[in-house]
Design a protein around this ligand. Structure first.
Ligand code: EPZ
Length: 453
């Protein structure tokens, strides 16, 4: 089965028959759902397969449109992507070839993943053409760390009206790179380039998210030699060739935290199969402080409200801090807490835009754009920090809202399910970029809704 063709048919709205959902809110959601592989690992693992001299098998792959986009991109470069079993991808890079730029350009608009093709394509083809990137509009999303890293390996970066053309006429040599900020994408860029570069690469101030560690595990399986030091420094010893891997993707922490926030907001009780405690420790602490309860079991975690919801003060950070991707769903639950919560976003410039619609639904949320300091908080890391002050409890009422980005979109589902009355949410296709079969899962949890053309 050629997945690229099927990905084309599936289009951006994986599993969705329409782009609008009408929800009747106000009741607790209860039941069990399953969470599979992480969007922010599976897509990178697919790119890593390009580096192998033999096919790779990725397991626990979620049915999300970001995976379909990368499938189509790999197909454009001649990588055969098939599915030997449900949730599995077999990626065969034997016939990698130059892609037509137009094909890649058509795909890049909805994702940031194309930027990670640079290193593997430079190793395989000697050049990479990167069009303008997509991804959630939650900030500027620059790629300067990526370009500086590639130049450090000896690549030549030419910006053109089409996008960016990268070549490496003298090959790629190991480099000493220090990231200005522990960027997830830039760390992945360095890993995917350094593993086949000549010599040793030292990467300082690297991101160490669990998804990064899972990608390192994949590269090690392929034959890479990667050492992670305790101080965010990673050493990569370049090797001559890499083989394909077999790997079961780590579960999606962001999806698990989103369903947990839904249980908290609606006073529900949701068992999230596939979730594991280790990778969610920081989230679980905040969840408990906010009045949530959780029960860790062998095959997942049960999330529920343990009593009155309580306000919290939380600051997003890189791992092992509170992930920026967790704040949007949690904020909806905090609108129901009795008191004043403060969420400080330190990773993205504009990740509170989604709160405007929550205010329309009756929430009391004030966003301080110019930052908000407190002597008890650490020295501000970035001038772009912002703070959302949430005062509750607020009675949310239904409204017509439009999905602005992936996590904001799921937050609107939570808000509509928490509100009394009817809500209409449009542009829900964005949610299927990162939430596998979310409509089926809402149904399994007893939500009252209808997909509307
Ligand atoms: C990844 O984005 C995730 N996306 C994001 O998840 C996640 O929020 C983010 O990491 C942080 O954990 C994927 O993995 C596909 P960064 P990424 O590079 O790699 C700035 C979701 O909802 N920066 O760590 O793009 C950047 O603007 C998505 O699943 C530069 O300035 O994040 C941001 O302020 C949203 N220059 C900060 O660093 C660069 O060259 C962190 O970005 C690169 C990044």
């Amino acid at each position: 089965m050629n997945l690229a063709r099927d990905a084309q048919k599936a289009g951006a709205r994986v599993g969705l028959t329409s782009d609008r959902i009408v929800i009747e809110g106000g009741k607790p959601l209860r039941g069990r759902i399953e969470v599979r592989g992480a969007k922010n690992l599976a897509t990178k693992a697919m790119v890593a397969a390009l580096l192998g001299d033999s096919p790779s098998l990725l397991q626990n792959v979620p049915e999300i449109s970001d995976v379909h986009v990368v499938t189509r991109m790999l197909d454009a470069y001649g990588v055969a992507v098939t599915s030997p079993a449900e949730g599995e991808l077999l990626l065969d890079p034997s016939n990698v070839l130059k892609a037509h730029f137009a094909q890649i350009d058509a795909l890049a608009g909805s994702s940031r993943i194309p930027i990670l093709f640079c290193g593997p394509l430079l190793h395989r083809l000697g050049e990479a053409l990167i069009p303008d990137l997509g991804g959630c509009r939650i900030g500027d999303r620059p790629i300067d760390f990526h370009m500086d890293a590639l130049r450090a390996f000896g690549a030549i970066v030419d910006k053109s009206y089409e996008g960016i053309r990268i070549t490496a006429p003298n090959g790629l040599k190991g480099a000493h790179i220090e990231l200005p900020y522990p960027s997830v994408g830039a760390t992945e860029q360095v890993l995917l380039t350094a593993v086949r570069a000549e010599g040793v690469t030292e990467l300082k101030n690297a991101a160490i998210e669990p998804e990064i560690m899972d990608l390192i595990a994949i590269l090690q399986k392929m034959g890479a030699i990667i050492t992670v030091e305790p101080n965010r420094t990673i050493f990569i010893e370049g090797v001559d060739h890499l083989e394909g891997y077999t790997h079961r993707a780590i579960f999606d922490r962001n999806e698990a935290a989103s369903w947990a926030s839904l249980a908290l907001a609606t006073d529900g009780d949701i068992f999230v199969g596939g979730a594991a405690q280790q990778e969610l420790m920081t989230f679980l602490n905040i969840f408990r402080k906010a009045g949530g309860g959780f029960d860790v079991q062998e095959d997942g975690i049960r999330f529920f409200r343990a009593g009155e919801l309580k306000p919290v003060v939380v600051e997003t950070d890189v791992h092992p801090g509170f992930m920026t991707d967790w704040q949007q769903p949690l904020i909806v639950a905090l609108t129901q807490a009795d008191g004043v919560s403060v969420v400080r976003e330190t990773v993205y410039e504009n990740r509170f835009g989604f709160t405007d619609a929550l205010v329309e639904m009756g929430a009391d949320i004030v966003v301080h754009k110019d930052g908000y300091d407190s002597p008890t908080w650490r020295v501000p890391r970035r001038p772009l920090e912002q703070v959302a002050v949430i005062t509750g409890p607020s009675k949310l009422h239904g409204a017509d809202v439009n999905v602005p980005d992936l996590r904001g979109g799921f937050s609107y589902l939570i808000a509509a399910l928490t509100a009394q009355g009817r809500s209409s949410i449009t542009n829900v296709g964005i949610i299927s970029r990162g939430y596998e079969r979310f409509v089926e899962k809402l149904d399994a949890l007893g939500a009252d809704f209808a997909l509307v053309d």
